[in-house]
Each structure stands twice: as C-alpha cells, then as structure tokens.
Design a protein around this ligand. Structure first.
Ligand SMILES: NC(=O)c1ccc[n+]([C@@H]2O[C@H](COP(=O)([O-])OP(=O)(O)OC[C@H]3O[C@@H](n4cnc5c(N)ncnc54)[C@H](OP(=O)(O)O)[C@@H]3O)[C@@H](O)[C@H]2O)c1
Length: 265
C-alpha cells in the first residue's frame, strides 16, 4: 500500500519501534495519529514530525483498558476523518519464571498485548471496510512464533496476536483489507527495561540480547518495506532471534532442546 497522504494510527508511539515508525512513515508523507499513555511525550514526538501538530494528532490511551478504546477512537474520528492504516504496536514484555509469576501478570500481558490489539482493530476496521480498503499491522514478536524461558505470559499474548491476525486476514481479504503480522527479534528499545517481573513491576534493567539486537531504524525499515509490499507476515531481526522461527518449524525437537539449555540467570 502507498503511504503518501495516508492517515495512520500508531499505538506505542511514545518510544522504540512506534516512535521510529512515526518518523519513517511521516517522512513518506503520512499523517500520524499517535497513541500511548504518556501524553507529553506523544506531543513532543508529534511536534518533531514534518508538519508538526498541524498535521498529526495525539490521542492518549491505555491499552489495558480495552473497554474504553472504542469510545476514545469514535470520538477522535469525528475530528480526524477516515483512518487508512492501523498499527497495533504498543506492548509490554515479561522477564520471570512461570513458577514465580502472579496470575495478575498474565492478565495484564493479555489485556495490553492481545485485547488492546483486538479492541483497537474492532474500533477501526469498520471504517476500512466502508472505504473498501485499508491495512491492519500488528506487532507480535518472534516470541509469538517460538517459546523461550522467562516469557510464558508474553509469548502467550504474542502467539494470540499471530492467531488473531491469521483469522482476520482470511475474513477481511474480500473487503480489500491487508493484514500484516510483524515478528521482531531482539530490537534495541526499552522493551526489556519496561518488561514485567513476577509481581508486575518493571524490571528496570536491560538484557544483553536487546543491547546487541538490531537497531530500531533498521527494524522499522523492514516493517515499512513489508507494508509497501503488502506482505502477510515479516520477521525482522538479526542472529538467532531472526532464524529461530525457521529452526523451530523445520527442526522442532532440536529447537526445544536448545531452548531448554539457554542460560537465563
Ligand atoms: N524490542 C524488541 O526486542 C521487541 C521484540 C519483539 C516484539 N516487540 C514488540 O514491539 C512493540 C513495541 O515495543 P518496543 O520494543 O518499541 O518497546 P518500548 O520502547 O518499551 O515501547 C513500548 C511502547 O508501548 C507503549 N505501551 C506500553 N504499555 C501500554 C499501555 N498499557 N497502553 C498504551 N501504550 C502502552 C509505550 O508507551 P507508554 O509507556 O507511553 O504508554 C511505548 O510507546 C511491542 O508490542 C513489543 O512487544 C519488541
């Protein structure tokens, strides 16, 4: 799909992959609706994009409150007009062993990563169907394709996003809607710092895998390329994190052995 003059709603626009998506897509002529919880940060980002706050909008929201998202979207659409592309990017990760982790952490991960995605899509898809075209992009993860230690809740929520998108793609093809699932490997953002510990607090420290991961600029170049090419799914990353889904697919027993041997402490 062409990007120029398209209106693109991006969640998780205050940081990392979402922030870089705003930059790269705005530089290709898109008008961006920026969403996340931190309003001041979103305003700063929007003001820094070409055309600034005259061209782009800020709509703060909390993906954990999925029941409220439909109302927030509807009241914004009256001012903004039709949305052509939705990018469900906002999300939160986890670093804790299943045996130690409170049930509330699983609920929070599903609310933000999965139900937030479903609710935003539910709010914006009818407009796309009415236009006879549109695109839904959901940022899952390599952890939505394979399992590894410390991520039982995160992986569960991201596998759910992959399944949701596969079904949505099948249902919406006849309406001219493109559905792209993005599975990043390790990307240099704040994802590990913000990842939840066993009690649902941010772990507040980085991981070597993220520090040595792909740059966010290169990751977003891969996502934008997949959007322009109307791809159904794309894995973006480097090293083991990029090839892990292929190893798991063709050599599942080998992959499971490697995964069980990985150090995590
Ligand atoms: N970096 C990686 O290695 C990696 C790998 C695979 C997949 N991903 C996925 O990529 C997406 C973007 O993450 P990132 O790497 O860019 O991490 P990040 O730098 O921590 O950014 C996360 C974004 O999500 C927003 N967010 C978090 N909780 C939210 C909530 N309850 N409501 C609304 N917005 C919320 C944050 O904004 P506020 O805090 O302002 O709300 C922020 O803008 C996530 O879905 C993540 O799972 C990342």
């Amino acid at each position: 799909m062409d990007i120029n003059n398209k209106t693109i709603w991006i969640t998780g626009a205050s940081s990392g992959i979402g922030l870089e998506l705003c930059r790269q897509l705005a530089s290709k002529g898109a008008r961006i609706i920026l969403s996340a919880r931190r309003r001041e940060l979103l305003l700063e980002v929007a003001a820094s994009l070409p055309g600034g706050l005259d061209r782009h909008w800020v709509v703060p929201l909390d993906l954990a409150n999925s029941d409220n998202l439909g109302g927030i979207v509807q009241s914004s659409l009256a001012d903004i007009g039709p949305v052509h592309i939705l990018i469900n990017n906002g999300g939160i990760s986890q670093r804790s062993l299943f045996i130690d982790t409170d049930l509330s952490v699983y609920r929070q991960l599903m609310e933000v990563n999965y139900l937030g995605t479903v609710a935003m899509t539910k709010a914006l898809l009818p407009g796309m169907v009415a236009q006879g075209q549109g695109m839904v992009v959901s940022v899952s993860s390599v952890a939505g394709k394979i399992g590894s230690k410390l991520r039982t809740g995160y992986s569960g929520s991201k596998f759910a996003v992959v399944g949701f998108m596969d079904c949505l793609r099948a249902e919406t093809a006849e309406h001219g809607i493109q559905c792209l699932t993005v599975c990043p490997g390790s990307i240099q953002t704040n994802i590990a710092i913000n990842a939840l510990n066993e009690h649902g607090a941010a772990q507040n420290k980085n991981d070597d895998s993220i520090l040595n991961g792909m740059s966010v600029e290169k990751c977003v170049q891969g996502i934008v390329k997949a959007m322009l090419n109307n791809n159904d799914e794309v894995v973006v990353g480097k090293g083991l994190s990029a090839i892990a889904p292929t190893i798991k697919r063709f050599f599942p027993a080998l992959f499971n052995k490697i995964s069980a041997k990985m150090e995590y402490r």
